[in-house]
Ligand binder design. Structure first.
Ligand code: AHR
Length: 484
């Protein structure tokens, strides 16, 4: 067994962990919306107004915080008017990106019903690639206007007299690619135009601009000339190494290294935003509004893939990264909530199960809304993996009234780690813990065996003012420790 140590600096707050870093994303893609969420009111699968009850219950337990919809690439072809009014009259359209046809049964009202059911803030990604500022302006008015206009009356006729609460509006998605193949300068001009007609400051909304890599982001902010027109800059991070369930040792470690590349991007893009913010830094943040493992064997065109303990640990270490950059990362939406890519829930007809990644989120849940604390980690480095070393352990810490909460992941495939947790200028009295692990890194849950990977109790012990905890190989552990 190797040993490691972490010292938590109570006097060094990083910032409040925005609960929206535990956000989600659903798109009209494969079986995410259709079957995963929407089965329709006449389905034999138990549902509430067409939304499946088992999924709503599992999402409610998890707490979705914020939910992004309708895409993804689909957002920049979507016409919001297709998804309102009597369902039997809604048009049927071709989904040009994901090889399917849309009956538009799941539209704005159905999306908002889901958000209200699971208590999530709504994040609508608007159409910039093939849409107009007028269309997005009217969608906003339809959804949120509290007065008496033709559009607000239409919303009432469609069953919703009171306005919807939609906090986040994305101005396009991947407009450097499926959202219109634009240059950053072209997109910046359109962003300015759309933003003008949304009037986000007057409406109390947050706008999200589409980012990419550092070069695009620099040119975008340069062309905008300032950051006052946006609240969040979006970046996406997909990673892979080997097959979803059959991977070599080397591929296991490479996946973790690929995931962690996001940290360097966050640091660079945060510096960039702060530079453009000038004299009043700190308002604009990053939204990692699509991220996760995208395995090469994800089924085409529905992007369904198996989800293993390895995937869950890669999510756990990125949730640690978001906590460690709580002063910058204000939102993160894993792709995608149900049945697509790194799903938290999977279904097969009437059957539903929670994936290992679901449990990584549950493990991290107590961090939400707490103040992230800086910590100093001493542990072995593994590797090199692709020329760089990989820390054996990942850690993040947050403060609660009378103690600290920590999440820690042991990335080693075969060796346990004993870690000593100390607080600087304080003493820890006792602790309780939870653990996510299984008998193999490629362990997965499915319809037949839905509980192979799930949370179990961990047993941290007090040791003279510090806490000692064993992290089994391939495990993530959460420790809730009380201060004297
Ligand atoms: O999540 C799947 C796709 O990945 C999204 O539609 C797109 O934004 C990204 O390229």
């Amino acid at each position: 067994m190797s040993s490691a140590g972490v010292r938590i600096l109570l006097d060094e707050p990083i910032g409040t962990i925005n609960p929206n870093i535990h956000g989600h994303f659903i798109e009209h893609l494969g079986r995410c919306v259709d079957e995963g969420i929407w089965v329709g009111p006449d389905s034999a699968i138990p549902n509430r107004d067409g939304i499946r009850s088992d999924v709503a219950e599992a999402l409610g337990e998890l707490g979705l915080e914020v939910l992004r919809w309708p895409g993804g690439c689909f957002a920049d072809q979507y016409d919001w008017r297709d998804g309102i009014g009597p369902r039997e009259q809604r048009p049927r359209r071709r989904n040009i990106w994901w090889g399917k046809e849309e009956d538009n049964a799941f539209g704005t009202h159905e999306f908002m019903a889901l958000c209200e059911m699971v208590n999530a803030s709504a994040y609508i990604c608007g159409n910039v690639g093939s849409g107009t500022p007028r269309e997005m302006m009217e969608w906003l008015e339809y959804c949120t206007y509290d007065g008496d206009t033709t559009l607000s009356r239409l919303r009432a006729e469609n069953g919703r007299p009171e306005p919807f609460d939609i906090a986040f509006w994305g101005i396009g998605n991947e407009n450097w690619g499926c959202g219109g193949n634009m240059s950053p300068e072209q997109y910046a001009r359109l962003f300015r135009l759309f933003e003008t007609y949304l009037q986000p400051r007057a409406e109390g909304l947050q706008t999200i601009a589409c980012g990419l890599d550092h070069g695009w982001n620099h040119r975008l902010l340069d062309e905008l000339g300032c950051t006052r027109r946006l609240d969040l800059l979006s970046i996406h991070h997909y990673y892979k190494a080997g097959h979803s369930t059959e991977f070599t040792e080397q591929e296991y470690y490479r996946l973790m290294a690929e995931a962690l590349k996001l940290e360097a991007r966050i640091i660079r893009d945060t510096h960039l935003i702060r530079f453009f913010e000038g004299d009043s830094p700190g308002r604009v943040g990053l939204a990692i509004d699509e991220w996760g493992v995208w395995h090469p064997d994800a089924e085409q065109p529905g992007l369904y893939q198996r989800n293993t303990l390895r995937d869950a640990l890669s999510a756990a270490i990125l949730l640690d990264v978001f906590n460690r950059h709580a002063d910058s990362v204000q939102m993160a939406n894993i792709a995608q909530t149900i049945n697509v890519l790194q799903a938290l829930i999977q279904t097969d007809g009437a059957r539903m199960w929670r994936t290992p990644t679901y449990w990584a989120y549950m493990l991290h849940k107590p961090h939400r809304g707490r103040c992230a604390l800086r910590s100093v980690l001493e542990c072995e480095q593994m590797g090199p993996v692709d020329g760089r070393s990989l820390p054996l352990v990942s850690v993040s810490a947050s403060r609660r009234d009378d103690g600290v909460f920590l999440t820690m992941t042991n990335l080693h495939l075969s060796e346990a780690v004993e870690i000593e947790v100390q607080v600087v200028d304080g003493r820890l009295a006792d602790a309780v813990g939870d653990m996510l692990t299984a008998d193999a890194a490629n362990a997965t849950n499915d319809a037949g065996e839905s509980d192979r990977v799930r949370l179990a109790e961990a047993y941290p012990r007090a040791a003279g003012g510090s806490i000692v905890c064993e992290l089994p190989p391939v495990s993530a552990v959460a420790v809730d420790a009380r201060l004297y």
